[in-house]
Design a protein around this ligand. Structure first.
Ligand code: ATP
Length: 297
């Protein structure tokens, strides 16, 4: 539904994006990840037409709507609400920007309030809202014109697990209704949980873009966590060892085989591990493989 061709963006001499090309398919959720300053927000703002001074081109396919502003709902990193008025007033303000009015505007606001779980609080001033309620209202403001592509820039910063779960359920429903979602976040476990694909960006370029399961298979190393005295078998090339605070991490391509060896070793030496766990491969490992673990500015 969206094709990005060779996007480039410079702020003065600072190159924020270099040759970014992507092809996004309808009804899928794409996680956009990368270290601070990688170019995520710049990319999202270009797609949302907020930044218009860039090189390259963007094509929207298979949509009867051609104006990007009608097609896209952009949820910014910062909460953009007027706190001195009610939740409903905020939605009304944004609805009017999208050209909605009268009965249609009221109907859309009622629908969005239901989606974001704020029907009961609609008449309260936003100053009385919790962080999670503000985040949900911030999302609601971008849904009134029923966009086909929804861009979320770190939508779960500073919210409790309930609001996070609510937002995840909302994303599932939006996807089922055919929306495409781009979800930028620093929380790898969120990307793993809700995204079909992950786009890794570093220093303004796409480092990887594939299905989450494919990336995990390709980059992440499964491991075994072992804690307990005299429980560690000799490393025979089938695992490498990483010393942890209290135990050991055994990194291996054959976790079951190594697990068996640990158990056999423990039986033979009549010792019992305090903890023995198979850890599954994590997207965080993919992140470090692609971007390194050095601290960025
Ligand atoms: N308005 C601007 N003027 C000058 N440089 C900018 C501007 N906005 C971003 N940059 C620079 O462009 C690069 C990409 O920034 P961007 O905000 O797109 O990264 P990001 O991946 O979203 O970072 P973060 O994870 O910290 O939000 C950085 O080097 C940043 O300093």
């Amino acid at each position: 539904m969206l094709k990005l061709n060779q996007l480039k963006k410079q702020y003065g001499k600072n190159v924020a994006l270099k040759n970014v090309s992507l092809n996004l398919v309808r009804g899928r959720c794409y996680g956009l990840v990368g270290p601070n300053g990688a170019g995520k927000t710049t990319l999202l703002k270009i797609i949302a037409s907020i930044i218009q001074d860039y090189q390259g081109s963007i094509e929207f396919n298979n949509s009867i709507r051609t104006n990007p502003k009608e097609l896209i709902g952009y949820i910014p990193q910062e909460i953009c609400l007027e706190e001195s008025v009610t939740g409903r007033d905020n939605l009304s303000f944004f609805g009017k920007i999208y050209g909605l009015k009268g009965q249609m505007l009221r109907r859309r606001i009622d629908g969005v309030l239901k989606k974001i779980g704020l029907t009961d609080k609609a008449k309260q001033k936003v100053t009385t809202y919790s962080g999670g309620m503000k985040r949900r209202l911030n999302i609601g403001c971008a849904l009134l014109h029923q966009p086909e592509l929804i861009i979320m820039d770190e939508p779960t910063v500073g919210i409790d697990p309930q609001s996070r779960r609510y937002i995840f359920n909302m994303i599932e429903t939006l996807k089922e209704n055919g929306c495409t979602i781009i979800y930028a976040s620093h929380y790898m476990e969120e990307i793993e949980q809700i995204c079909d694909e992950a786009i890794f960006i570093d220093k303004g370029a796409i480092a990887e873009n594939d299905r989450v399961d494919v990336l995990l298979q390709k980059y992440a190393v499964p491991s075994i966590y072992l804690k307990g005295e005299h429980c560690l078998p000799e490393a025979k090339g089938d695992f490498t060892l990483s010393q942890q605070k209290e135990g050991h991490l055994l990194l291996t391509d054959n976790p079951l085989q190594v697990m068996e060896r640990v158990i056999t070793h423990c039986k033979e030496h009549a010792v019992q591990p305090e903890q023995l766990e198979l850890s599954k491969a994590r997207l965080e490992d993919v992140f470090f493989s692609l971007t390194g673990s050095q601290l960025r500015n």
